[in-house]
Design a protein around this ligand. Structure first.
Ligand SMILES: *Cc1c(COP(=O)(O)O)cnc(C)c1O
Length: 235
């Protein structure tokens, strides 16, 4: 008996884009206000190349070493590279060379390091600040109570540009349980925006993954980070 073939990458990319558009339309948003970041950790250069050829224009990476290899092999493609994993300060010098946006800045110390390294190469590094939205897990991110003071400090660094917030809520396989965390991040973004800090532009909300991106879009996500629904299960 022939086994059911998995749909190809091209088809999965079309599907996910349609699902993003549908989710946006359902809450009277324009589909173009949500950008898709293809979370490509563990995927090969060839797979990422195929994704780019089939309409992916933002690649999300979690590990610097892996990202350097892929970026090097694919730097002549039109894709933009985003960092979405935990970044150690001592890797900041590589990060500023590769990434247009770093989603996961989780300390003033890391922001300081990015500022220093961006200055060396004459770049203004766009960043998002990662929020530990449930405040109690051991995950990375700045707690909601400390976010304003942290952003006020980061805003003093001239070579970084703060563009918004990112989070990874718990329960990301159950969209309805993740939803309150998405709406909390959205409100936090408004709180920061209302503080009118010089050099801070609260335009992006990076939230939502394969299991919960529709809920995230309804709560205001502008960047969704999707891996499994594009590339299939990771080994
Ligand atoms: C892997 C990863 C994703 C994508 O997860 P999927 O469930 O495979 O869509 C999103 N965000 C971050 C930070 C990740 O590490």
């Amino acid at each position: 008996m022939p086994t059911q073939r998995e749909p190809g990458l091209k088809k999965r990319i079309e599907d996910i884009k349609n699902r993003i558009n549908d989710a946006a339309r359902k809450c009277q948003r324009d589909g173009s206000s949500v950008r898709l970041v293809a979370a490509a950790k563990t995927m090969s250069v060839e797979t990422v190349r195929e994704a780019i050829e089939n309409g992916i224009d933002i690649i999300g990476e979690n590990y610097i070493q892996e990202a350097r290899q892929k970026h090097d092999a694919l730097k002549n493609t039109p894709a933009s590279w985003h960092f979405i994993g935990h970044l150690q300060s001592n890797k900041a010098k590589y990060a500023v060379r590769i990434f247009d946006l770093i989603h996961s800045v989780d300390s003033v110390k890391l922001a300081a390091e990015l500022d220093k390294e961006a200055k060396k190469i004459g770049k203004t590094q766009k960043i998002l600040v990662q929020v530990n939205i449930d405040g109690q897990s051991s995950k990375s991110g700045i707690s909601p109570e400390n976010i304003l003071s942290a952003i006020r400090e980061m805003a003093l660094f001239k070579q970084i540009s703060i563009r918004g917030l990112m989070t990874m809520p718990p329960f990301f396989d159950d969209p309805d349980r993740a939803r309150p965390f998405f709406s909390a991040l959205s409100r936090l973004k408004e709180t920061v925006a209302a503080d009118n800090i010089d050099g801070v532009c609260m335009e992006e909300l990076s939230m939502g993954m394969t299991g919960d991106f529709q809920a995230a879009i309804q709560e205001g996500a502008t960047l969704v980070r999707v891996g499994t629904a594009i590339f299939g299960k990771r080994k």
